[in-house]
Design a binder for this molecule. Structure first.
Ligand code: IPE
Ligand code: IPE
Ligand code: MG
Length: 274
């Protein structure tokens, strides 16, 4: 059993993120054009490894480096919320050695970066089923959540053992209990009530969904939250992705016109564009 970790007060001024080694700086995007919540399907590690004649785990290691850079780049550009698809409910079908390798790498990423992320004001959350992760990873993820609970510069949702259908099933189960015990009147339910049972009920809907690695599919990711997301598909394999690709996707987003089913442009959060 791991001991509860006290949320540590972080310094009043968050540490700035380290710059990209190329010296590239974040483009300036006017605040009203910034997506609030970007989600990334980090795909292509296996193909990257194959193209280098290496084992798939080498690809996942390269993917970890990309993830760390993208988190810094998200802080640098002023993003508020970032969801990262790290491991799906379907990925358990992979060979055990690959699954164990992915869990070990995620554990290492957290161990090596969590203190710096905390100083940068990053809040880490875990979206997914909590019962099947290796105990050491579960402890590391939950400690990261506890440590960073009060941070507000950037929220990073680590989607591990995440599947949208499982998330919806878990939500419906909990809602059914509330109906059965009389806490909820089924006739009075509205969409927002169902959203309240999801893993991260207080996170914004996804404005921009990026998938790397060239495939153009959703793979059971955030089906509810991405209902009106703008989609950007990148051919770059995840180990070759870095913050500059994230910034480019965000710039692409700024010129999209979102209408949410109406005829006029609507900004995220529901306000009409001026
Ligand atoms: C994404 O890369 C990482 C996970 C799904 C964990 P893949 O391992 O799916 O890489 P490809 O799609 O086989 O290239
Ligand atoms: C989606 O990628 C899951 C993650 C990136 C964690 P997959 O590689 O598992 O998706 P499919 O199998 O190509 O749809
Ligand atoms: Mg894949």
């Amino acid at each position: 059993m791991s001991l509860p970790v006290e949320p540590m007060p972080r310094p009043r001024r968050p540490l700035p993120p380290p710059a990209h080694p190329s010296g590239a700086r974040a483009p300036r995007i006017p605040e009203r054009r910034l997506p609030r919540h970007v989600a990334i399907i980090m795909d292509g590690n296996g193909r990257w490894a194959a193209s280098h004649g290496a084992a798939r785990t080498r690809g996942h290691r390269g993917g970890s480096r990309a993830t760390v850079d993208v988190v810094d780049g998200a802080v640098e550009i002023g993003l508020a919320q970032l969801s990262l698809y790290a491991f799906s409910t379907e990925n358990w079908a992979r060979p055990a050695a690959e699954v164990d390798g992915i869990m070990l790498l995620l554990h290492e990423v957290l161990r090596d970066n969590i203190e710096r992320w905390h100083e940068q004001g990053i809040r880490v959350r875990w979206s997914g089923r909590r019962t099947r992760a290796a105990p050491a990873l579960r402890a590391e993820l939950e400690a990261a959540e506890d440590l960073t609970r009060h941070n507000d510069v950037l929220t990073v949702a680590v989607c591990f053992d995440y599947g949208s259908r499982t998330e919806l099933l878990d939500a419906v189960r909990r809602m059914a209990v509330d109906v059965a015990t009389g806490r909820v009147d089924p006739a009075a339910l509205v969409e927002q009530d169902l959203a309240g049972y999801l893993y991260q009920p207080d996170m914004a809907e996804i404005d921009l969904l990026v998938r790397t690695g060239g495939e153009q599919r959703i793979s059971n990711f955030q089906l509810w939250q991405a209902a009106y997301a703008e989609l950007v598909f990148e051919d770059t394999l995840w180990p070759e992705f870095d913050r500059r690709h994230l910034w480019r996707a965000m710039q692409t987003y700024t010129v999209r016109q979102r209408r949410f089913g109406g005829t006029a442009e609507v900004m995220p959060g529901g306000t009409a564009a001026s």
